[in-house]
Design a protein around this ligand. Sequence first.
Ligand SMILES: Nc1ncnc2c1ncn2[C@@H]1O[C@H](COP(=O)(O)OP(=O)(O)OP(=O)(O)O)[C@@H](O)[C@H]1O
Ligand SMILES: [Mg+2]
Length: 366
Amino acid sequence: MTETDDSKKIPVEKSAGDAPQEAAEAAPPTAAPAAAGPEPLLRVRGLVRHFPITKGLLKRQVGAVQAVDGIDFDVRPGETLGVVGESGCGKSTMGRLITRLDEPTGGSIEFEGRDITHLSQGRLRPMRRDVQMIFQDPYGSLNPRHTIGGIVGTPFRLQGVEPEGGVKKEVQRLLELVGLSPEHYNRYPHEFSGGQRQRIGIARALALKPKLVVADEPVSALDVSIQAQVVNLMDDLQEELGLTYVIIAHDLSVIRHVSDRIAVMYLGKIVELADRKALYDSPMHPYTKALLSAVPVPDPKRRTQRDRILLKGDVPSPINPPSGCRFRTRCWKATEECTTTEPPLVALRTGHQVACHHPENAPNDQ
Ligand SMILES: Nc1ncnc2c1ncn2[C@@H]1O[C@H](COP(=O)(O)OP(=O)(O)OP(=O)(O)O)[C@@H](O)[C@H]1O
Ligand SMILES: [Mg+2]
């Protein structure tokens, strides 16, 4: 990859995560998520979500969809972690688990050092203020029968919070914050465009001043021009409010603009996790390399220089995933070892983890 435009906010340059790859030292392989900086806001270990498949009247379990199957990662305060991968690889399931909209089958989730893995809905209530979700579908995620004021004000009612100056004033302030007019308070969702609706969803997510916002495909339903506006808005709000983001997308060009670090998922596993620049300049997992090779490059000269890697076959079923490395059935580097042994996610450079027996761009001693 020789991408040069590394701006996060379009088109302003972002410095975090832009350290030159050469400066990244080769690290001895280690299974622990790369430790750096302050205590993580969110710590996820061995996270598993299997959906049971049942049969017959007695609902006998005959198998399971291994949607998320043992993933480890941290989210650091103030950063944006991008999560990318093909459809069905478990991104949304992971998002629902870390916001505890769903309960894991295994593993642990810690928020600010507190184990929230199996907290009941009642005990989760205080945490719900701190962790909010923005949904993919700006049409389906807003109740058409409620006014904008009612929708954005819902979190205050649910949490029994009375903001200073009252709910209406605070909702109108939030509408202004996301670039809408306070006069929109009494209008209904059908009166707004997709981009405006997504702004309403963002205002609702920010109502209780959360620390962590998980956005599941926040711009994929929007036109490209509107995508840039919403991405820039989210970036401004992050700076202004000190937010931490987990942003899920299958579009690598969106992920490249928004992320400080990126986790690449394949069939319920994280196969690579690295700073944005390291991942785009020196991808180590063949799957990441293949995904990046499919990203459109505007410069025709660079486009011809870059080989497009076409992945063979379809993504295997998460009900019966391949043994060993799950990517091996589509990987041009696969060997016997890949069939028999699952590669653990290890740091081959400082802060750059990969789960592969035959990584690309690995330090020389590998
Ligand atoms: N409630 C459920 N019951 C059974 N299977 C489910 C459930 N939710 C998700 N799955 C399955 O889990 C796998 C992962 O789904 P998920 O929605 O997390 O993928 P995704 O990466 O978000 O995909 P997309 O990019 O299409 O949104 C899929 O095979 C999906 O069919
Ligand atoms: Mg999804």
